[in-house]
Design a protein around this ligand. Structure first.
Ligand code: ADP
Ligand code: ZN
Ligand code: ZN
Length: 746
């Protein structure tokens, strides 16, 4: 038990960035907990004020005669506010930055919800009549009406907003349905929830043997006191979601609550409907379209016990449930779980902290787990559960790897391999759909040879060099710099350069090749608004196009029953990213894409086009073989000493002045090298991958050590050094941010 308490005086005061240290009186030493509300003497007059304990420590930065004692504990039970503040303090400690920034991350902006009208669609017709209507409609002409009726078969009431946005049903369709007496549009005065319902829910599905075994084993372990996080590894379509639903139901039966994280991109209508159909209006959704007021309203409803389940992106973790029982992170390998703003936290880490504190279950699910999580199962920190077969015996698609060097040799200069263009033609003739995507992650400018596939790598690091604006090739891990070759050092070909391909160019060429085909394109340009994204997806789902082309965003989390062909163009681009994650990212993307094509009735095919057909990430993705991929990749990480074998932390320096950032970085690097005790390895400083952004220069300092604690001490030292430097007159204006175990390159 520590002897000192860190106390926050008032949540509202923006200036009070730091907690104050108080001594813990003897009589409280057994009872005081993080998050408790206490009274403390404050200021010269020692007026008693209310505060929250955010941490209990063994040491204090001031001598004891300068410290005061806590007066009393106001409430022995830890309030949810107190726990939220303790979370903020934990985030500040782990991820750096100010406490205020951390508090703003975990607490919603307090705003009153405007009294607004919301409309719900009620089903009037009985299910038999709806089914008859569906049967009588031509699916090609009345797709959106059919979508609406199907949705109303699984729930008798739907929010109009969701029907319009997610189901893409127009006002005129609603009007017709209302005129025919099938539905009623009801206006509600108070905002209830983005997902509202009236109470008649679908009965639960019976789990199959494999799913049942996972649920029972997780519950049994919990009863035996084993609350280690569980990684659920199951191919797409194996029924992970069914397992989540069952676990949630059991926790709710115990009077506890659930947080379900899903990447925003897969927050689709189908996913929501499955939760909604099972749990009704005790479910609510967080997403980026909510206003501050709505967000605050959700927060209050959760706090008041009006909700059991919240679904949303990483920020849904901060929902203040009184009795949190389970946290689920679906698609746990997704990069969007890492915050790119201070505090740069990873949802997985925060969830693990919360789950431990609240005695809750933590379930991570993926068809392609992150190396970090899988590694932890091998170290027995997490438990591993597998779902090995697809539900209903659906088969995995056949995958072809096409060597684009061979295509060039035989005179095919097109961006489509012969196999892919044959299969495309076949689909168009048969009236089946295809998806083609370009892996855009690699467009950062690595240099490769189109004849032999040679990639220019750093002689000191196992990463590729990238072309910078100064015309040289740089390594942003060690700072190595060299001239760009004019001919390939490997084979002498002059076809060497940076590879850039765009979706727009691809669309134009496809239009020329297949004049009769209808093509939809989805990329950053065509999805400026969130509605565009839903619109394109539902057009494609309705069969309005033969081919959907786009960036990797099209392969994430969607199910199109009529898609039987998926083509990955330039599949190896992300292999050459100057980032140790690149093989893992490529494997995940291709394995996910390969999981998209085909269903039980119509088997699918996948074509992967590449210049490095022998690369293990491609080979193993084509075989849907995660375990072998893990074995190989972890071997490389061990050799090169990269996470998850060790931990890394990037110190990111931002400066308006070109020299100030690197100078500060060098100074702090020297301080860290002089650090007492265990020291991290210090790499750099080096110009960041994007060396200048919006006129701000970016410099990276990379730290590495097997203990995160050591990196955190280095971070604290850097922050302290920075604080002292900033107080000096004439100190250069440099901003410092920390990124522990970075997910994206800086
Ligand atoms: P995942 O989340 O692993 O991709 P899903 O839970 O979405 O898999 O399951 C894939 C499909 O199989 C869904 O349509 C789901 O309804 C169905 N399914 C899975 N398990 C069962 C079950 N036990 N009973 C009935 N249908 C199931
Ligand atoms: Zn070459
Ligand atoms: Zn290097």
């Amino acid at each position: 038990m520590g002897r000192y308490a860190q106390i926050i005086i008032d949540i509202a005061l923006e200036k009070l960035d730091r907690p104050f240290t108080y001594m813990i009186p003897q009589e409280l030493s057994d009872t005081l907990e993080e998050g408790m509300e206490v009274t403390i003497p404050f200021g010269k007059g020692n007026t008693l004020r209310k505060g929250y304990v955010v941490a209990i420590t063994d040491s204090a930065s001031l001598p004891e005669d300068k410290l005061k004692y806590i007066d009393s504990v106001m409430d022995k039970s830890v309030s949810i506010e107190g726990r939220t503040l303790a979370l903020a303090a934990w985030m500040k400690k782990n991820y750096g930055g100010t406490l205020i920034t951390a508090m703003k991350t975990v607490l919603p902006v307090k705003k009153k919800v405007k009294e607004q009208n919301y409309r719900n669609i009620l089903r009037l017709a009985d299910p038999e009549r709806l089914k008859a209507e569906i049967g009588a409609l031509n699916p090609l002409r009345f797709a959106s009406r059919i979508r609406l009726y199907n949705a109303l078969l699984s729930a008798d009431e739907l929010p109009e907003e969701m029907v319009k946005d997610k189901l893409n049903v127009s006002a005129s369709v609603l009007k017709t349905a209302e005129k025919d007496g099938l539905i009623k549009v009801e206006t509600l005065r108070r905002y209830r929830a983005p997902v509202a319902g009236s109470g008649r829910y679908s009965s639960k599905t019976d789990l199959n043997e494999e799913q049942q075994a996972v649920v029972e084993e997780i519950m049994r372990a919990r009863e035996a006191g084993d609350l280690r996080p569980a990684l659920l590894h199951g191919v797409t379509g194996s029924g992970k979601t069914e397992v989540y639903l069952e676990l949630i139901e059991r926790m709710i039966a115990e009077g506890r609550q659930a947080i379900v994280l899903i990447p925003e991109i897969s927050l689709t209508f189908q996913t929501l409907m499955r939760f909604y159909a099972r749990f009704g209006e005790r479910v609510s959704v967080m997403h980026s379209k909510l206003s501050d007021g709505e967000r605050y309203d959700q927060y209050e409803r959760a706090k008041n016990g009006e909700l059991d389940i919240i679904i949303g992106p990483r920020s849904a973790l901060f929902t203040p449930f009184e009795r949190l029982g389970i946290i689920i992170i679906d698609e746990e390998h997704e990069g969007s779980y890492k915050s790119e703003k201070m505090p740069k936290y990873h949802a997985r880490e925060v969830a693990a902290y919360l789950a431990e504190r609240e005695n809750a279950l933590l379930i991570l699910g993926s068809a392609t787990p992150s190396l970090e999580s899988y590694h932890r199962t091998q170290e027995d920190e997490y438990r591993l559960f597998c779902l090995r077969s697809r539900f209903g015996n659906a088969v995995l698609p056949k995958v072809y790897i096409e060597d684009m060097r061979e295509e060039l040799k035989s005179g095919n200069k097109s961006f489509l391999s012969r196999r892919l263009s044959e299969l495309l033609t076949e689909r168009i003739v048969k009236g089946e759909q295809s998806m083609l995507f370009i892996n855009r992650r690699g467009v950062a400018g690595f240099i490769s040879c189109r004849s032999c596939g040679y990639v220019v790598n750093c002689p000191h690091c196992s990463v590729s060099l990238t072309e910078h604006l100064d015309g040289f090739l740089h390594c942003h891990y060690c700072g190595h710099k060299e001239e760009k070759p004019k001919i390939c050092p490997e084979c002498g070909s002059k076809y060497i350069g940076s590879f850039r391909a765009g979706t727009e160019k691809m669309e134009k060429e496809l239009e020329k090749l297949y004049p009769s085909a209808k093509i939809l394109r989805m990329d950053a340009d065509t999805t400026k608004n969130k509605e565009d994204y839903d619109r394109i997806l539902s057009q494609f789902a309705d069969g309005e196009a033969d081919i959907l082309i786009g960036t990797q965003m099209i392969v994430k989390g969607h199910d199109f029953p009529n898609v039987t062909l998926v083509g990955a163009l330039a599949a190896d681009m992300s292999l050459n990213l100057s980032d140790y994650h690149s093989a893992e990212r490529t494997f995940q993307l291709l394995a996910q894409a390969a999981g998209r094509a085909g269903r039980a009735e119509k088997p699918g095919e996948v074509v992967i086009q590449t210049y490095q057909p022998e690369h293990f990430a491609l080979q193993l993705a084509a075989k849907h073989d995660y375990e072998s991929f893990y074995e190989q990749e972890i071997g490389y990480r061990e050799l090169a000493d990269f996470p998850p074998i060790c931990h890394m932390m990037t110190l990111q320096f931002y400066s308006k002045d070109e020299k100030a950032g690197p100078e500060r970085a060098r100074y702090i690097a020297e301080e860290i090298k002089k650090m007492p005790g265990d020291k991290p390895e210090v790499i750099g400083p080096a110009e960041a991958l994007i060396g200048r952004l919006k006129d701000v220069y970016r410099t990276g300092l990379y730290l590495r050590h097997k203990d995160m604690d050591v990196l955190q001490r280095a971070k604290d030292l850097a922050e302290e050094t920075e604080r002292i430097l900033c107080m000096r007159a004439g100190a250069a204006d440099v901003m410092l941010q920390f990124d522990p175990d970075p997910v994206n390159s800086f």
